[in-house]
Design a protein around this ligand. Structure first.
Ligand code: NAG
Ligand code: NAG
Ligand code: NAG
Ligand code: NAG
Ligand code: NAG
Ligand code: NAG
Ligand code: NAG
Length: 554
């Protein structure tokens, strides 16, 4: 089975190889002199002026900071490298999302609740522990959020725009941040969609632009915004293969000076590549596991890998250009090429290809399973004609034989709008019609890239896993607010479910999948966090439990 995982990593050279490249370039007097993003730090105005002299474009240069982010060529880089008033100049690496949406079947609807409980909720015991009395804020450093999604608690979401980069926090063109946000805190018991791990405030700081491109400085500036906003947990689902000292400084300040729990996706390269910031010791690196608790192929193994989280085919809030809306759930869809772009509403009726038309006396939407077609003389066009004559205002196709993805169709003859949906969505709808004969649906299609439909999508990868761990940490914090980030980190590692054959922490599983109820019980047994301390500060990976804890006043 092919698993397609959305992973784009654009990482260029680190400073030393870049320096080598500059020398080589000089020697050859080559014309190769690409423009790149850099961050320069200085201690006085002379440094700032030097940057301004050779930069091609200033991207960020606020009066109250000691750095400038700019675009420049290698010549400028080497000038500044040798400039005594410049303390430090580093390339601003490109980062991208680690993991994203993919197409895999999944179905875990609890019909009686009218709300899907994604499997990851149970896998980390979040179904056994409700949110505690303390308000906890999780910072979402990602592609923004589609904040209007009806499954979010609007009043708990805020964020910050990054005007100089033209980024608005409440927009999310790629859908990555929206998916992660739903895992963390989609509304529960609202008779709709999915539920998240807990009830938290979300603070959204953009680290990716509308094209899902970002750079490391987008990330650490986002983290600085999180610090300013006073968040408790930062979930970093983005990364690259290198890290600058500036970024390291910001992350260690967040963890050590502000006591923020930093969680990051370990990566999805399926090998031992070390992604940053996950591999930086103050950050908890998380790998992805499936429903059986096995690590997924794309998971990485590194000495810093510390915990596992659910990261395979996890359903959460999403956006799509088209959707089929039912009263409690919106299925992602694709408009069939050649069909009218209109929003239509009607009663959903299951139709076979050879169904004799009969007027239903009301507006209907016909649901077709391509697998029913059987006879080659039955055409899509003929089926649509029957549907229209029966009162069909629109039609929806799925192919129950498909393992994944949406069937691609083209029906230029159709007078009514037609959507194509995933096999699992179609099977789910048929099941619901059988259980409860009648359901009104709306087919909608924005046809507009800026205005997306709110729906639900499946995601795989270590960023999905990291979102569960960040939310798990937030859940513990909501009960034991006085715990430090180190204590929460310890409790998560101490109680994680070990999966490796050796039953010990290793670089394939870390300590295993987090178990929030066990961690809660363990903290409760310690009487909270006031009478103990960890013996050594974690350097990440399998050192977190390290030398145990020290009790006092006992
Ligand atoms: C930065 O300082 C300069 C010189 O003092 C001033 O002219 C400029 O308006 C300041 N810019 C901002 C954004 O505060
Ligand atoms: C990563 O794995 C490769 C292939 O197994 C190995 O040669 C290399 O030494 C490993 N790198 C690290 C940093 O462990
Ligand atoms: C993942 O692992 C399974 C078995 O563990 C294997 O069948 C499958 O081909 C692997 N997939 C990829 C993409 O490597
Ligand atoms: C399809 O139509 C052709 C021509 O009318 C006919 O010969 C053939 O038997 C039909 N095929 C089936 C499977 O009904
Ligand atoms: C069927 O759906 C209708 C409308 O949503 C609802 O009122 C009714 O209770 C449902 N019946 C069953 C058996 O779920
Ligand atoms: C569907 O919509 C029609 C027309 O608005 C309405 O009469 C009917 O009660 C609705 N059915 C359900 C199950 O909600
Ligand atoms: C949490 O981290 C995951 C993976 O590290 C990322 O995809 C997601 O955007 C982050 N969410 C928040 C709330 O920061």
């Amino acid at each position: 089975m092919a698993i397609s995982i959305f992973l784009v990593l654009l990482v260029v050279a680190d400073a030393s190889t870049l320096r080598g490249a500059i020398n080589a370039a000089r020697n050859k007097a080559t014309s190769l002199n690409p423009t790149r993003r850099y961050v320069a730090r200085y201690s006085n105005m002379m440094g700032r002026r030097s940057v301004r002299r050779c930069a091609k474009r200033i991207l960020m240069d606020a009066n109250n900071t000691d750095y400038t982010i700019f675009e420049g060529d290698r010549w400028c880089f080497s000038m500044l490298w040798n400039d005594a008033s410049i303390e430090d100049i580093e390339e601003d690496f490109a980062v991208s999302t680690l993991g994203g949406n993919e197409e895999l079947p999944s179905s875990e609807q609890d019909q009686s609740l009218k709300e899907y409980i994604p499997w990851g909720i149970k896998a980390i015991q979040a179904d056994l522990l409700s949110t505690g009395p303390h308000d906890v804020t999780v910072c979402l450093v990602d592609s923004g959020i589609a904040s209007g999604h009806p499954d979010f608690l609007f009043e708990r979401i805020s964020g910050t725009d990054r005007a100089e980069d033209g980024l608005r926090w409440d927009r999310d063109r790629g859908g990555h941040g929206t998916h992660i946000a739903g895992i963390i805190s989609a509304a529960s018991n609202n008779n709709m969609g999915v539920r998240g791990v807990g009830v938290f405030n979300l603070f959204v700081a953009r680290a990716l632009d509308d094209n899902n491109q970002g750079s490391e400085s987008f990330m650490w500036r986002a983290v600085e915004e999180c610090i300013e906003a006073g968040v408790d947990v930062i979930n970093l689902s983005l990364g690259g293969l290198s890290m600058t000292t500036k970024a390291a400084e910001v992350y260690s300040r967040a963890a050590n000076d502000y006591g923020i729990i930093l969680v990051a996706a370990a990566g999805n390269s399926g090998d031992n590549k070390t992604f940053y910031p996950a591999n930086y010791p103050p950050v908890i690196a998380v790998g992805a596991s499936d429903e059986r608790g096995e690590r997924i192929n794309s998971s990485v193994n590194t000495p810093q890998l510390e915990l596992q989280g659910p990261g395979y085919s996890v359903l959460s809030t999403g956006i799509a250009s088209s959707a089929l809306h039912t009263p409690d759930f919106s299925y992602p869809a694709k408009q069939v090429d050649g069909t009218p772009n209109e929003a239509v509403t009607g009663k959903l009726v299951y139709y076979t290809f050879d169904q004799p038309f009969e007027a239903q006396g009301e507006d209907i939407i016909c649901l077709f399973d391509t697998a029913d077609r059987g006879n080659e003389n039955l055409t899509y066009e003929g089926a649509l004609v029957h549907c229209s004559k029966g009162g069909g205002k629109g039609a929806v196709f799925f192919d129950s034989r498909r393992i994944s993805g949406i069937q691609v169709l083209e029906l230029p003859e159709s007078k009514i709008p037609v959507l194509s949906i995933r096999a699992d969505s179609g099977n789910d709808l048929r099941q619901r019609l059988e259980n409860n004969g009648s359901m009104n649906v709306t087919m909608s299609n924005t046809g507009n890239e800026d205005e997306l439909e709110f729906t639900y999508t499946w995601g795989t990868g270590s960023s999905v896993a990291a979102a569960h761990v960040a939310a798990g940490a937030a859940l513990l914090k909501s009960h034991f607010y006085s715990c430090t980030s180190h204590q929460i980190r310890y409790a998560l590692a101490y109680t994680a479910k070990r999966l490796s054959t050796s039953m010990q922490c290793d670089e394939y599983y870390g300590y295993g999948v987090i178990q929030v109820k066990d961690a809660y019980d363990w903290l409760l047994a310690q009487g909270g966090c006031d009478s103990w301390a960890i013996a050594t500060i974690s350097k990440g990976g399998c050192t977190t439990i390290g030398e145990g804890v020290i009790h006092f006043n006992r």
